[in-house]
Design a protein around this ligand. Structure first.
Ligand code: PAN
Ligand code: ZN
Length: 207
């Protein structure tokens, strides 16, 4: 017989999925974005010490306790990372704080597959989504409770907390997006978000 191609059934793709049947459902507290612990939920914490070269004022960064947690991520990855066609879901909590006048923020990345996009939505706190294109043009979108953000293809992204309480946001991204941190470690963003007289201001990075 020719001309028929049957797609594999979900059950036949099990090798691509984590095996527990509950892996297709989780529970999240929508006030805080906290996901209930489960084997498929990966939890990571990034400390100041792990964010070498990310903040502009290196001597102010060195003078601070490297054990301070800057942000935490809970990621629900029900598929094996790299599989095409799936989605991941995660919550990021950025603590309030500054390194000199620069707000605490996430490392930031381009997606390894540059055309992969993402949604972010703010649950609590005040901050900014910092975006940068491949020509290093950098801009921000304000993040407040209820803001929803679409991150277009080929745009690096990071989140800064400009307030006095934790900034909590959820994100949804393709399972084959991947993360390119190297590009940011090497050249950073084109601008830094600084507290200038109590207001967030995007200031071009020193080169
Ligand atoms: C988010 C980020 C999360 C942490 O889930 O991974 O906010 O930021 P860094 O990955 O830059 O440390 C996301 O954008 N996923 O693609
Ligand atoms: Zn991303």
């Amino acid at each position: 017989m020719t001309g028929t191609v049957s797609l594999p059934k979900w059950e036949n793709e099990q090798a691509l999925y984590h095996t527990r049947s509950e892996a297709t459902m989780q529970r999240m507290n929508w006030a805080h974005g906290v996901l209930e612990p489960a084997p498929e939920i990966r939890e990571t914490a990034r400390t100041l010490g792990q964010l070498d070269g990310i903040f502009q004022n290196a001597s102010a960064w060195r003078a601070m306790d490297p054990g301070i947690v800057v942000y935490r991520v809970q990621a629900w990855c029900p598929l094996v990372e790299g599989v095409e066609g799936g989605l991941f879901w995660g919550t990021t909590l950025v603590e309030p704080g500054q390194v000199d006048s620069e707000y605490f923020m996430t490392h930031g990345h381009f997606h390894a597959k540059r055309d992969r996009t993402e949604y972010y939505a703010t649950l609590e706190g005040e901050g900014a989504l910092i975006l940068m294109d491949e020509s290093r043009k950098t801009w921000t979108e304000p993040m407040t409770r209820g803001s929803v953000h679409f991150i277009p293809p080929r745009i690096a992204h990071r989140v800064a907390n400009c307030g006095s309480v934790p900034l909590r946001c959820v994100a949804c991204w393709p399972s084959d997006a991947g993360h390119d941190y190297e590009a940011i470690r090497k050249s950073g963003f084109g601008a830094q978000l600084l507290n200038v007289n109590g207001e967030p201001k995007l200031v071009p990075s020193r080169t």
